[in-house]
Design a protein around this ligand. Structure first.
Ligand code: TMP
Length: 253
């Protein structure tokens, strides 16, 4: 069989040509990076967990009418997605101060935001994904004012959905990042949630203990990243099949 054509390889995922025009296969690697890939490790099982978790969140978003690029999961590490034109912006929503906003503005980590804050970062590894204003985005043509309004609305809907899903399993959604893509249908263009939604791209704190259950475990060397992601998956009832032993062994007479 001919090898699949690789379209793009990023830090945590690979995109391959899909089975039909307009589709891609998204492969989740075990690589973990932080600080613009200054820190790198291979964490066995991370890709499998993120594939499952991203499927879970994307399916839930679709169910409430938020459009995403997700079509279906294909296997342990791959999902079929719609080909989109990625807008070169990382859209971050913050409910509680942590990470770069705490550093930049001197706000103690854990301080609740007065309302969800939406920020845009320009996707450029060489520049370290700098924070940009709406003024920059429009002036430099990365998106239009209409796109920006739609992106903020989309990001806030994702925030409401994700916050609720996490609240139900005793986890606080501190912040998250999404990427948004354009899909063309004839002359019409729609914006959809793309890339992934996983503990790699969220901050998740246990409500009772404050324990971190996201990529900060890796960024800050706080313990086992797979244990943290497995805990999130377990609480949500999403576990990769190879580590699910849901039923006790039964004695067969
Ligand atoms: P920050 O506090 O470092 O700006 O991160 C905000 C959120 O965005 C956090 O949930 C982690 C996520 N994020 C990514 O998914 N990719 C990135 O490259 C960065 C910097 C943050």
């Amino acid at each position: 069989m001919a090898r699949r054509k690789k379209i793009y390889e990023g830090k945590a995922k690979i995109l391959y040509e899909g089975p039909e025009p307009g589709t891609f296969v998204q492969y989740f690697k075990d690589d973990a990076t932080a600080f613009n890939a200054e820190k790198h490790d291979v964490i066995e099982g991370k890709g499998v967990l993120n594939n499952r978790l991203s499927e879970f969140f994307m399916v839930g978003l679709t169910a409430i009418g938020v459009p995403t690029h997700f079509i279906k999961r294909l296997n342990m590490r791959e999902q079929l997605i719609r080909q989109v034109e990625i807008i070169p912006l990382e859209v971050v929503v913050r409910n509680v101060a942590a990470g770069s906003i705490s550093k930049r503005l001197g706000i103690e980590e854990g301080t609740p935001m007065p309302r969800p804050i939406v920020e845009f970062y320009y996707k450029d590894d060489a520049l370290g994904d700098p924070l940009v204003s709406e003024e920059h985005i429009i002036a430099f043509g990365w998106a239009t004012q209409q796109d920006l309004d739609d992106m903020v609305a989309l990001a806030l809907r994702v925030n409401d959905f994700m916050s609720g899903v996490m609240l139900a399993v005793d986890i606080k959604l501190v912040d998250f990042k999404i990427e948004i893509g354009r899909i063309w249908e004839g002359d019409f263009m729609r914006l959809v949630v793309a890339d992934e939604i996983s503990p790699d791209s969220c901050r998740l704190w246990d409500m009772k203990t404050g324990q971190k259950l996201d990529k900060d475990v890796f960024r800050r060397d706080l313990g086992s990243l797979t244990d943290a992601y497995t805990e999130v998956a377990r609480r949500l009832g999403v576990l990769p099949t190879n580590v699910t032993h849901a039923t006790k062994p039964t004695l067969i007479n």
